[in-house]
Design a protein. Structure first.
Length: 175
């Protein structure tokens, strides 16, 4: 019985020691995690400030480019008016049109930046790719699935003797 009591007291004291060590380790880990979290938050805040500064710079640069374009257009239109190739009213209408177009284009870019979209998004890329395949320029410029059919033994100019296209049967104009 004495041995059992000694073993139980020894197990109990070891359990208490491990519990105390675990609490000290947990407190140290918690302090380290808090410090790491604070560093991550500071880094994120710095990145946000940097992004905001770069976005502001890009907006200023874009507006400066638009102003330069309008100034160059105004000078060009004034030269055309001086030469008598345009009337002042026509020049004013052209300048008004491009001023509105540039301001609308700038507004679209600003809206896309605010919503997180990239200016000139995926739609323009799809249009470009579709145009390439329709022109027969898909797959590295070597045709593609929309390339023109072969001549199939028709005369050298792609028409049968009666002025129709041998591949489609359509009548060609002008010849």
């Amino acid at each position: 019985m004495k041995k059992l009591t000694i073993i139980l007291s020894l197990v109990l004291s070891l359990t208490l020691c491990f519990g105390a060590l675990a609490e000290q380790t947990s407190a140290a880990d918690a302090a380290e995690k808090t410090e790491t979290t604070a560093q991550v938050e500071i880094a994120a805040a710095e990145q946000e400030l940097t992004k905001a500064a770069v976005d502001a710079y890009k907006a200023l640069k874009k507006s400066a480019k638009a102003a330069k374009k309008l100034d160059a257009l105004k000078e060009e239109l004034d030269a055309f008016v001086a030469d008598g190739r345009l009337t002042q009213e026509q020049a004013d209408l052209v300048l008004k049109y491009y001023t509105e177009k540039l301001s609308a284009h700038g507004d679209k870019g600003t809206q896309k930046q605010q919503t997180g979209e990239k200016p000139g998004g995926k739609g323009q890329q799809k249009q470009k790719n579709n145009a390439q395949t329709q022109n027969g320029n898909g797959q590295n410029g070597k045709g593609g699935k929309h390339s023109k059919p072969t001549n199939n033994g028709a005369s050298g100019n792609g028409t049968s003797g009666n002025g129709t296209d041998a591949a489609s049967g359509a009548t060609k104009k002008g010849k």
